[in-house]
Design a protein around this ligand. Sequence first.
Ligand SMILES: C[S@@+](CC[C@H](N)C(=O)[O-])C[C@H]1O[C@@H](n2cnc3c(N)ncnc32)[C@H](O)[C@@H]1O
Length: 295
Amino acid sequence: MGASRQSFPLTPKQKSMANVRSLVRRSYRLSMLPRDWLIRQALAWVEAPEARRFASVLELLERRDAREQTGAIAAIEQERRRLASNTDLLADGSLGEAGIYDAKMSIADACKASKPASPALLMHLLVREFAPKQLVELGTNLGISSAYEATALRANGFGALATFESSPYRLRVAKQVHTGLDLNNISYFQGLFSETLAVALKDLPPVDFAFIDGHHQYQPTLDYCELMLRHAAPELIVVFDDIRWSDGMKRAWRVLKKDARFQFVVDLHGVGICMRVPRTVARRYVFPALHHTFS
Ligand SMILES: C[S@@+](CC[C@H](N)C(=O)[O-])C[C@H]1O[C@@H](n2cnc3c(N)ncnc32)[C@H](O)[C@@H]1O
């Protein structure tokens, strides 16, 4: 979400506890390397084309594939750098009163909520590989992840993106970013997801790819997923961001990965991916969490 977590000065005792926790976390992640390797092999080996396609996306991501780093992607990253150094206020009052998440915030501050290059590239590679016709994104912010997605749709030669955002100020910057990148396959919906999504979905073609990157709470996450499923094409991929961001999100992810309507579940630790396929499959594949994809 747009709001950053508030930080308070730590006492020396809290600092040393934080250091110990960080050391334990890093050792745990390192010990997961061989396990990650096995899960990646399993993805590539199982008798289902979708799993192999996910494996090939992860392989490209790992190599930060040079072809993907040039041209369009480099231009998006240049836009990100421009936004990250822009200290102008995000909300100048011209579009109405700034909401609590926009007030006194600079464009550079808002840019911090954008997906970093690696998860954004994951979105781009997934869209290239699975070639959706109708992509829906919840949480536009300044338009960085949507630029990655729309660039992939453009490279595919078809497909459209509908992106949703409550803040008119963030949306205004996003539209400028997309115009600068010559992206014309994006439609924008401004307002709370709870007020815009259900209405918009009725008029959009069936959704075959969704990226849920805002309002990271238990019930809203499940509700948005339900809405997507109700308006989905037979094949649907839903990417959930920040699945371990809070207890609510951890709970939501536990529910989602058990949902029998999704036959493939890939867990990249921070990001969870659920896929429904348009045929009967002999079994569901719920792959254990991969710890190293974005490190
Ligand atoms: C993490 S940011 C999205 C980042 C963006 N996907 C990117 O990577 O460039 C989440 C965005 O969702 C918006 N948002 C959060 N909750 C919302 C809600 N209930 N309705 C509409 N927008 C919401 C916030 O204003 C924020 O801009």
